[in-house]
Design a protein around this ligand. Structure first.
Ligand code: HEM
Length: 345
């Protein structure tokens, strides 16, 4: 626990704030950081020096919170994740891990962590054993050694870092991510089962809207995010959906089997929308919720656009993914500046 003093107007830099050399190294490697602590040091000096310019002593209050993930560790962890991706081809399941941690968010609940979202709760058994999370224990096993190596990174951040790195390494767009998510600390804080979407509901479009609107996401974001199924496979022994194997999956790479939505299921592009639209190849998967994207008139506008225009898909996907990754998250320090100046992957 980091204990920090804050004036009623601004926060002082945390003991865990990255040093200027860390900051330089991280920026050079593509990680963008929070604003320099120097911005806050003037306030700090005023507080330490007693009376401020106007001779008024700022009122102090003690703020207790978890230390944010450290920038240098985030940078190294990203390199380690890239190595795992190269050797195990686990891009899809890491994307699913990040999405299932954040996708439990309920915008109608104000309190953290009851509202769910990107808070690392998926590491705990009660949530990992939810039906929708079948198979994700394998993703956690891949991530745990990285967590052990970088204790300064929270699970919540690591899940999102792994997912974003997987998208980018698979050829997807650069994602405007930020880091500093706080973890829940006990299994009792996990969200209840049933907040993630069902692949075969009676009314797929209505169901998608019910679930994603609850997260504060709109039709465009539902369609863009569904495009993540350009990666990966469905396995009957996990979700119950898909064939045990197809000509595209019988030899892997990675563990063979399952049914993919696209032929090149380790490449992030707009082929998902093209394939769902055509539905010509019986070897490829179309879930009822995937088909809804071309059946529903409002979804269809975006699905058609993304099938035609990969650039438009990448742009909307990047924004929607970053938004999804922040759902319900509590950031430490709390956001005191525009999100664009936070850490990016
Ligand atoms: C729109 C509602 C969605 C439904 C109903 C749905 C359902 C499913 C199902 C049934 C699977 C197969 C799991 C298995 O058998 O292992 C799956 C896999 C996957 N989902 Fe979704 N999903 C949805 C949205 C999303 C979103 C928003 C993302 C990410 C942004 C995503 C990313 C993935 C990925 C990457 C896989 C492949 C995992 C692997 O190969 O191990 N899905 N999804």
């Amino acid at each position: 626990m980091a204990e920090r003093l804050a004036s009623s107007a601004s926060l002082l830099p945390s003991a865990a704030s990255p040093s200027s050399s860390t900051r330089r190294a991280a920026v050079a490697s593509g990680l963008r950081l929070r604003p320099s602590p120097s911005r806050f040091s003037q306030a700090a000096r005023r507080v330490r020096g007693g009376a401020g310019a106007a001779g008024v002593v700022p009122r102090l209050r003690v703020v207790r919170c978890m230390a944010a993930s450290e920038a240098a560790q985030l940078k190294s962890a990203r390199e380690d994740i890239k190595e795992i991706l190269k050797t195990t081809y686990c891009h899809p399941i890491l994307v699913r891990l990040g999405w299932h941690d954040s996708g439990t968010y309920d915008k109608n609940i104000e309190e953290w962590p009851q509202r769910g979202g990107a808070d690392g709760s998926l590491r705990f058994d009660p949530e990992l054993s939810h039906g929708a999370n079948a198979g994700l224990t394998n993703a956690l096993k891949l991530i745990q050694p990285i967590k052990d190596k970088y204790p300064g990174i929270t699970y919540a951040d690591l899940f999102q870092l792994a997912s974003a790195t997987a998208i980018e390494e698979a050829g997807g767009p650069k994602l405007p991510m930020k880091y500093g998510r706080v973890d829940i600390t006990a299994p009792e804080q996990c969200p209840p089962e049933g907040r993630l979407p069902d692949a075969g509901p009676r009314l797929p479009a209505e169901h998608l809207r019910e679930v994603f609107y609850r997260m504060g996401l709109d039709d465009k974001e539902i369609v863009a995010l569904s495009g993540a199924h350009t990666l990966g496979r469905s396995r009957p022994d996990r979700s119950g959906w898909g064939k045990p194997e197809t000509k595209y999956t019988k030899d892997g790479p990675g563990e063979p089997g399952g049914q993919s939505w696209t032929a090149e299921w380790l490449k992030f592009d707009n082929s998902y929308f093209k394939d769902i639209k055509e539905q010509r190849d019986q070897e490829l998967l179309v879930l009822p919720t995937d088909a809804a994207l071309f059946d529903d008139p409002s979804f269809k506008v975006y699905a058609e656009k993304y099938a035609e225009d990969q650039e438009a898909f990448f742009k909307d996907y990047a924004e929607a993914h970053a938004k999804l990754s922040n759902l319900g998250a509590k950031f430490d320090p709390p956001e005191v500046s525009p999100p664009s100046s936070h850490v990016h992957a």
